[in-house]
Design a protein around this ligand. Structure first.
Ligand SMILES: [Zn+2]
Length: 509
C-alpha cells in the first residue's frame, strides 16, 4: 500500500488541476418495480418481493412503470435537460449473480433526458454543473458473502443473493467533466450531491436515503498539469454513500493520483472501492469500455415517446428553483439581504419558514432561531434543525408571549424545558407555574404591601422622585416571583402615590 508516501492535498493542488465527473444513482420511490408489479419497500424478508419478471424467468415479459417515466421526466426537466421525443431501453449484457437476467435493462444511446445543467453554491460562489444525461434503468439484487472477515467475496465460504432490489427503478444522472473548481473540488462534489438530494426531495420522487442506498454516488476524478491541458486518466470510486464520504473520497483520490503521477507513474483507468473506516480507495475492476457490454435495443419494450403536452404538464409540477424561492421568501418576510443571509447562514431558512407557517411573525421567528436556539445548537455542536424544538413549538411559545401569559424571560425557561423533553410549551408553562400575574386584585394587594413595607421610598415617590419607584417595583416583582408585568406594576404604584395633574407626563401613562 502506498498510503504512507501520499503527497499532501496542498502539494497535489500546487502541481495538478483536478477534474470531476459525478454519476448519481437515484432509486425512485414508486410503489412497484420498473417492469413488474412487485413492491419496492425496504427491509422485507429476503426474496419476498420477487416474481418471474424480476427474477428473469424464461418467457416473462416486462411492462413499463408509467410513474417511473413520469419521475424521470420531472428529474430531467428540473435539471434543465431536453426531454427525448422518443427513446428506447437497451440491454446492457454482463454476468453478475445478483442480476438474474444476465443483462440490465438500461438506456444507452437514447437517454430520456440530456444536455442539462444545474448550479451549486459554495462559499458564496456559484458553480454551473453541466448534466450530460439522466437515464432510466433497473437496480440489481444484493449479494451477501458469508464466512469472511470483511463481508467481501474473498474469504467467504458461501454467498446468498436477495433479489428484492432487482428491478427497482433507478435514474442515473451523469455530469459532464466538472472543471475550474481547483482546491474546492471535494467540496463542490459534496455540494452537488447535497443539491441533487434537496432537488429530489422537492420533486418527491425518492426518499434519497444515502445510508440505505437509495442515493449513491460514483465519483470520477482525474488530474492534469493545468487548466489548459487535456483531461487525464480518470478513476471511478463506486457507491459512495454519504455526503461526507463523497468529499473525503474525492480528496483522497486527488492525493493518491498526484502521488502516482509525481513518482513518474501512470493512473490506471479503473473502478475503485471507498473504505469508510480507513479513508482510502482500493482498486476494483479495470474499467470496461462501453462496447464490452454489447448493448442492444431491448426487444420486449416499446420505445417511449412522451407526449409533448404531457411533458409540459409535468413541467408545471416542478418545484421552484432556489433563487426564485429566496426572492419569494425575502419579499414575503420583508427581510433585508443581510437578514436573509444571516438566517440561511444559521441553517434556519426552512425552520423560520415553518415557524411563520405555524403562525409566528417573521420577526419573532427570526429572533428565536437566530438568538437563543442558535446559541443552544452551537453549544451542542448540532444544526438548529437537529434541536428537539420544532418550528410549531417556537410559534406556540411566541403565541403565549403575544397573549400576555408569559414574558421573554419565561420563554427561555420554556425552551429549556423543550430541550429537556419536558412536554409541550403549554405543559411546561403549567408544570413550572410560569404565569404573568394579571390578577389586578392580587397585584394591587402586593403593591399596597410594598408601599406599607417601604414608607421612606413611598414618601420619595410622593415628593416627585419617580425614579425611586424602582425599589417598590422590585419588591412587588420579588413577591410575585418575577411573574408580574413590570409595566403594569409601575402603573399601579403611580396610581397610588402620584397625583396626576392634567398635562403632566404621567397623565398619558
Ligand atoms: Zn417482480
Amino acid at each position: 500500500m502506498r498510503v504512507a508516501s501520499l503527497v499532501s492535498y496542498e502539494q497535489a493542488l500546487e502541481r495538478y488541476d483536478p477534474v470531476l465527473g459525478l454519476e448519481v444513482h437515484v432509486e425512485l420511490d414508486t410503489v412497484s418495480k420498473m417492469f413488474c408489479g412487485c413492491p419496492t419497500g425496504f427491509g422485507a424478508a429476503p426474496n419476498a418481493q420477487v416474481c418471474p419478471v424480476c427474477l428473469g424467468l424464461p418467457g416473462a415479459l416486462p411492462v413499463l412503470n408509467e410513474r417511473a417515466v413520469e419521475s424521470a421526466i420531472r428529474i430531467g426537466l428540473a435539471l434543465n435537460c431536453t426531454v427525448a421525443v422518443e427513446c428506447r431501453f437497451a440491454r446492457k449484457n454482463y454476468f453478475y449473480p445478483d442480476m438474474p437476467k444476465n443483462f440490465q435493462t438500461s438506456q444507452y444511446d437514447e437517454p430520456i433526458a440530456f444536455d442539462g445543467w444545474t448550479e451549486v453554491e459554495v462559499d458564496g460562489r456559484s458553480y454551473r454543473i453541466e448534466i450530460e444525461r439522466a437515464h432510466m434503468e433497473e437496480d440489481t439484487g444484493k449479494s451477501l458473502h458469508v464466512g469472511g472477515a470483511t463481508g467481501r467475496i474473498h474469504g467467504a465460504h458461501h454467498s446468498l443473493v436477495d433479489y428484492n432490489r432487482a428491478g427497482i427503478p433507478l435514474i442515473e444522472i451523469v455530469t459532464r467533466p466538472i472543471v475550474g473548481t481547483g482546491a474546492l473540488a471535494p467540496v463542490v462534489a459534496r455540494a452537488y450531491v447535497a443539491h441533487l438530494r434537496e432537488l429530489l426531495v422537492a420533486l418527491a420522487v425518492s426518499d434519497v436515503r444515502m445510508e440505505q442506498g437509495s442515493l449513491r454516488c460514483d465519483a470520477n476524478v482525474s488530474l492534469r498539469p493545468g487548466p489548459d491541458a487535456p483531461l487525464g486518466t480518470r478513476t471511478e470510486t463506486k457507491n459512495v454513500n454519504s455526503l461526507r464520504s463523497v468529499e473525503r473520497a474525492v480528496r483522497y483520490e486527488i492525493c493518491r493520483q498526484a502521488s502516482v503521477l509525481g513518482d513518474g507513474g501512470t493512473v490506471t483507468q479503473e473502478t475503485r472501492h471507498w473504505h469508510e473506516d480507513t479513508g482510502i480507495t482500493t482498486p476494483g475492476r479495470s474499467k470496461e469500455q462501453a462496447e464490452d457490454y454489447r448493448y442492444f435495443p431491448e426487444p420486449d419494450l416499446a420505445p417511449i415517446a412522451p407526449d409533448a403536452a404531457w411533458v409540459e404538464e409535468l413541467r408545471e409540477t416542478l418545484p421552484e428553483g432556489p433563487r426564485e424561492r429566496w426572492a419569494r421568501l425575502q419579499a414575503g418576510w420583508g427581510f433585508s439581504d443581510l437578514e436573509m443571509r444571516d438566517v440561511a447562514g444559521a441553517g434556519a431558512l426552512v425552520l423560520v419558514e415553518q415557524t411563520i407557517a405555524a403562525g409566528a411573525t417573521p420577526a419573532a421567528a427570526k429572533k428565536w432561531w437566530l438568538s437563543d436556539l442558535a446559541r443552544r445548537a452551537n453549544e451542542q455542536g448540532v444544526e438548529p434543525a437537529a434541536l428537539p424544538v420544532s418550528p410549531k413549538q417556537v410559534a406556540q411559545v411566541q403565541a403565549l408571549i403575544d397573549a400576555g401569559r408569559i414574558n421573554d424571560k419565561m420563554a427561555r425557561t420554556v425552551f429549556d424545558g423543550l430541550l429537556a423533553g419536558e412536554g409541550t410549551p403549554e405543559e411546561i408553562v403549567v408544570a413550572q407555574g410560569l404565569v404573568v400575574v394579571s390578577d389586578e386584585t392580587a397585584l394591587g394587594a402586593a403593591v399596597d404591601r410594598a408601599i406599607e413595607a417601604h414608607p421612606d421610598v413611598a414618601a420619595k415617590v410622593r415628593d416627585g422622585k419617580v425614579a425611586a419607584a424602582g425599589a417598590l417595583i422590585g419588591a412587588v416583582m420579588k413577591e410575585m416571583r418575577g411573574q408580574a408585568d413590570a409595566a403594569r406594576v409601575r402603573e399601579l404604584i403611580n396610581s397610588r402615590l402620584v397625583t396626576v395633574t392634567p398635562g403632566s407626563d404621567l397623565a398619558s401613562q
